[in-house]
Design a protein. Structure first.
Length: 209
């Protein structure tokens, strides 16, 4: 089974608490989501391969490290995943970006695809799949499946908050995928929302209802 990494750095815990607060408005919510995404990206990319290179400093030659092996791709699950992309790109500006559009059918709670545009070389990239919430796991599993259908073979799923049900489904459906979360909450309610969660991440990011 894919491992679950809970990134519980004090700064992340503090910011997650602010994100959960219903009184946090869209601007602050967007800023906080980006800040947490950037902090999480440090851990998500911790094991990227390195190679030794030499550079010329103003004083002399120095031996250093730079990223080697596969390049990185950042994939946002629309629309809430958009709130995490720019923060990750600040750390990895050369990453290519893809988008997968899904919505959850309110009756069946199953994901429905409406858009998928990925870099053509996903098979050669370490993909970081972004979505603030991992609730039922249906959207994440579908998005991972779409990426695999297009050749992806190395995927890391990054969520701010997850429900145990969603983690379990991703592990069962895609046991090769590593899952990174900032918090694991209690459960899902009858509407498929994470409890206590933070509400609808997309609505809170963009000020919609």
């Amino acid at each position: 089974m894919g491992r679950v990494h809970v990134i519980d750095h004090p700064l992340i815990q503090h910011k997650i608490t602010l994100i959960r607060d219903k009184n946090t408005g869209p601007k602050d919510f967007r800023d906080l989501v980006g800040e947490v995404a950037m902090l999480m990206a440090y851990e998500v990319t911790r094991n990227l391969p390195l190679e030794t290179v030499e550079v010329e400093t103003p004083i002399g030659r120095a031996s250093g490290k730079q990223l080697a092996g596969k390049k990185v791709g950042v994939i946002a699950i629309l629309r809430a995943g958009l709130g995490m992309v720019d923060a990750v790109l600040k750390l990895i500006p050369a990453a290519k970006v893809g988008h997968i559009g899904l919505y959850r059918d309110p009756d069946t709670l199953r994901p429905v695809e409406y858009y998928c545009k990925l870099p053509p070389d996903v098979s050669e990239r370490e993909l970081i799949l972004l979505d603030p919430m991992l609730a039922t796991g249906g959207s994440a599993c579908a998005a991972i499946g779409f990426a695999k259908d297009r050749g992806a073979n190395s995927i890391r799923l990054v969520n701010l908050i997850a429900a145990p049900e969603g983690i379990s489904l991703v592990q069962q459906t895609h046991p090769d995928v590593e899952i990174y979360v900032a918090a694991i909450d209690q459960c899902l309610n009858s509407h498929g929302y994470i409890v206590p969660g933070l509400g609808d991440a997309g609505d809170r990011l963009f000020g919609t209802k």
